[in-house]
Ligand binder design. Structure first.
Ligand code: SF4
Length: 347
């Protein structure tokens, strides 16, 4: 295949072409791929980078994902739940720092039931002009509806593998079809949806990653989150090798080529395996960064993976470092909510 042709003269990509791009090994060609991804990003978003402030309010989880340090079987990790008051105080800090998207994130924790999550959404939206992203795992269809009515705008639910066999292995026999039904339902009732996977999960192939990208296209996601797998202690995958920075960058760049106008985060995981992970993510076409505002003493225990960057630092220090790092690359920070540009409104 001709690299120039494939980078510049295509609107739609086949599985074979995606695999070809993911397999690029020549550094000059990889640079061309990254350059093209940045051009496409800039054509939609200019130099603006969107920030999303994350509150990890509970690390209780009833699920068993083999790669995750929060899985229920991990009895070593100290569990916590932030109070509603602490969550709302943290939302205020995020808003006061100029961020216009608040991400409420937790394990699958039914203590935070329909009413309590609705109360949090309503309380935040009543006070601040922000978008709310929920990242609460796979919950009930009625709950999704209630939270949408309460004011939630987006839902982040990664599919982790478009290969049904791998999906069932990673998630202790859970079914990929079910996950896809949840994502489709969320989209249908008006959420902006985000999905994606981890690069370097055990037994994952390049063809699997191509299918992950194609599934994101089929689901018409508004944000595609692809970060590296990082093993977590006290999990079945604790001794597996971590994903690779360059491969993760290539995936992000290909996602930009294939999905074009979606939001793509330069993840904390990428920044955790590489000192310049955020910069490398932005140089591969990302346009979103999600600073973690979870306060001490909780933040050190939201350990989805080991050696997560910044867990012992002050969230405000990290936020200011992130801003400087973004600006040093010639980008500016968006003052808007950063809704999906696929739609005219967030519904
Ligand atoms: S990935 Fe999410 S659902 Fe799975 S164990 Fe971790 S927190 Fe729970």
């Amino acid at each position: 295949m001709n690299i120039k042709e494939i980078l510049y003269n295509k609107d739609s990509y086949s599985r074979e072409e995606i695999i070809f791009l993911l397999n690029l090994s020549d550094s000059v060609e990889i640079d061309k791929l990254f350059q093209r991804a940045k051009e496409i990003r800039d054509s939609y978003f200019g130099k603006e980078i969107h920030l999303r402030g994350v509150i990890e309010f509970s690390n209780y989880c009833t699920q068993h994902c083999l790669y995750c340090g929060l899985r229920e079987e991990n009895l070593i990790i100290p569990r916590y739940r932030m109070s509603a008051e602490e969550i709302l105080d943290t939302a205020k800090i995020i808003y006061n720092n100029g961020i216009r998207t608040i991400v409420l994130q937790s394990g699958e924790d039914s203590f935070f039931d329909t009413d309590l999550i609705s109360y949090l959404i309503y309380s935040i939206k009543r006070q601040y002009d922000v978008a709310i992203t929920l990242s609460l795992g796979q919950r009930g269809f009625d709950e999704y509806k209630t939270w949408k009515i309460a004011g939630a705008d987006r839902y982040l639910l990664k599919h982790e593998s478009a290969n049904p066999k791998l999906y069932s292995i990673y998630h202790k026999k859970a079914k990929l079809d079910e996950r896809i039904q949840h994502l489709k339902f969320l989209k249908r009732i008006g959420y902006q949806i985000a999905s994606g996977n981890m690069i370097g999960l055990p037994n994952q192939t390049v063809a699997d990653i191509a299918d992950d990208i194609l599934l994101c296209r089929e689901l018409d996601v508004d944000m595609a989150a692809f970060g590296p797998f990082i093993p977590s202690i006290n999990t079945p995958y604790q001794n597996m090798p971590a994903g690779d920075t360059l491969m993760t960058q290539k995936v992000m760049a290909v996602v930009r080529l294939v999905l074009k106008n979606v939001h793509i985060p330069a993840t904390t995981a990428l920044d955790s395996i590489d000192d310049f992970g955020r910069e490398k993510g932005l140089s591969a076409g990302a346009n979103v960064i999600m600073p973690n505002f979870t306060p001490a003493p909780y933040r050190e225990n939201y350990l989805i993976y080991t050696n997560k960057r910044g867990i012992n630092e002050d969230p405000l220090d990290i936020h200011s470092q992130i801003k400087s790092r973004i600006e040093a690359l010639g980008h500016n920070i968006s003052q808007s909510r950063g809704d999906s540009i696929k739609r005219s409104s967030s519904i």
